[in-house]
Each structure stands twice: as structure tokens, then as C-alpha cells.
Design a protein around this ligand. Structure first.
Ligand code: PGA
Length: 240
């Protein structure tokens, strides 16, 4: 990725009316470096918007008897280009497994959807200086089984669990060092260069500082992405 991108993970925060207000308040211009990942229900509302689109989750089969699931083939019809996979909320609340992440990443490749694979350590692991070790395991346990072609377009999102929705954030130096670590181990082992995003409590107050980190390729923004005015302020910082 040449320029940094913002991925807006709007989680389950918004109602239909909130989404309509959000879209109405966006400007009449192309947001080349902004990807909105709305609640799946609202994808059609974003159809004619100027935003790029992603989904917060995806299933790994194309069609069939999978109650409640949505496939890469189906979201592709709505112009979706990205899919978040392995978000910590899906790991901890829904107990998704490494095998599911691997299948989801492979299934995205079949529809040319770019997977954003999320990894991150807990507060306890961070305090015990186990971050690198934990991230390495989270990456390898999944990526070692992923098809080589799927690896070529993957994006990694580094999201420390203790930073998600808490207002706490690692220092720029820590994020830079960890990003470097992620890029270099993936390069050494799988011989591909991957973009890395930072996520966890990014907002309009800290984005200028975070944007100074030289080796990250963008941000995955949760709570602060549901306000169009806050999101566009962050976007201006990233594109300027
Ligand atoms: P947050 O969430 O920005 O609300 O901390 C980030 C995420 O979970 O992707």
C-alpha cells in the first residue's frame, strides 16, 4: 500500500437512521483511502456512496446450508473489497478458531476480497513482555496453512486487546517496533511483504501522533469511526 488507509470498523454501534445520517453528511468526493466496514445489514445503503467497502466478518463457504452466515460470493455483489478476519471480539466472544481464520482467508482469495487478519496480545501478555511471542504464534498457526496466493494480498492488523475501546495505547516506538517485527517475520518465513495496520483506541485526538509512525500502512478504527465528522478529521490527517 502506497498511502495510509483508514478502515472504519463500525461494529454493531449504529442504527439505520445513524447510517443514513452518516452517509448524508459525507462529502461529494471520492474517499480513496477510506474503507467503511458497516454492520452487514447496511451494506446496501452504502452502495452508491463514495466509500470503499469492507465487512466485519465473512464465512468460508460460497453457498449452502449455513444458517446466519454470509459468503464472500454474496458480499462481492455489493462491491465489498475487504473482510476483517480474526477480530479479537470474534475470537473471545464467538470462539472462532485458527482453522476458521485460515479457511476464511482462503475463501476471500477466491473472490478477490482482501483479508484483514487481526492479531494482538492481552494486557497480561504485554506486561510479561510476551507480545512478540504471542503475535508470532497467532500469525504462524494460521498463515502456515493458508494458500500461497492468498498470502500475497493479506493485510495484518495489529490490535493489542488492552487498547481496544479502552483509551490506552502503546507508544509510537512500541507500535513501530512491533510492526517491524510482524513485517520481518512474515517476510522471512513466507517471502511476502505485508501491509500492517494499527488498531485500538485511535481517535481524532491521537491520530496526528500515531500518523508519525513511519512503517505502518494505516489504521483500523472502531468506536471513533461511527461519527462522520470525527472520521473525516482523521482522514484529513492521514491523507495530508
Ligand atoms: P476501538 O476498536 O477503535 O474502538 O478501540 C478498534 C477495533 O476493535 O478494531
Amino acid at each position: 500500500m502506497g498511502n495510509k488507509k483508514i478502515f472504519a470498523n463500525q461494529k454493531m454501534y449504529m442504527t439505520k437512521q445513524d447510517v443514513e445520517t452518516f452517509i448524508k453528511a459525507s462529502e461529494e468526493k471520492e474517499y480513496e483511502q477510506l474503507v467503511i466496514c458497516p454492520s452487514i445489514l447496511y451494506l446496501p445503503l452504502f452502495q452508491d456512496s463514495k466509500f470503499h467497502l469492507g465487512v466485519q466478518n465473512i464465512f468460508y463457504e460460497k453457498k449452502g446450508a449455513y444458517t446466519g452466515e454470509i459468503s464472500p460470493l454474496q458480499v462481492k455483489e455489493y462491491g465489498v473489497e475487504y473482510a476483517i478476519i480474526g477480530h479479537s471480539e470474534r475470537r473471545t466472544i464467538l470462539h472462532e478458531t485458527n482453522e476458521m481464520f485460515q479457511k476464511k482467508i482462503d475463501a476471500c482469495k477466491d473472490q478477490d476480497i482482501i483479508p484483514i487478519f487481526c492479531i494482538g496480545e492481552t494486557k497480561e501478555q504485554y506486561e510479561m513482555h510476551k507480545t512478540n511471542q504471542v503475535l508470532k504464534r497467532q500469525l504462524f498457526d494460521v498463515l502456515k496453512n493458508v494458500k500461497k496466493e492468498a498470502l500475497e494480498h493479506i493485510i495484518i492488523a495489529y490490535e493489542p486487546l488492552w487498547a481496544i475501546g479502552t483509551g490506552m495505547i502503546p507508544t509510537n516506538e512500541e507500535i513501530e517496533r512491533i510492526t517491524q517485527y510482524i513485517k520481518s517475520i512474515i517476510n522471512q518465513v513466507f517471502h511476502v511483504s505485508v501491509p500492517v495496520l494499527y488498531g485500538g483506541s485511535v481517535n481524532e485526538r491521537n491520530i496526528s501522533k500515531l500518523n508519525q509512525i513511519s512503517n505502518i500502512d494505516g489504521f483500523l478504527v472502531g468506536g471513533a469511526s461511527k461519527s462522520i465528522s470525527e472520521l473525516l478529521k482523521m482522514y484529513e490527517v492521514v491523507v495530508s
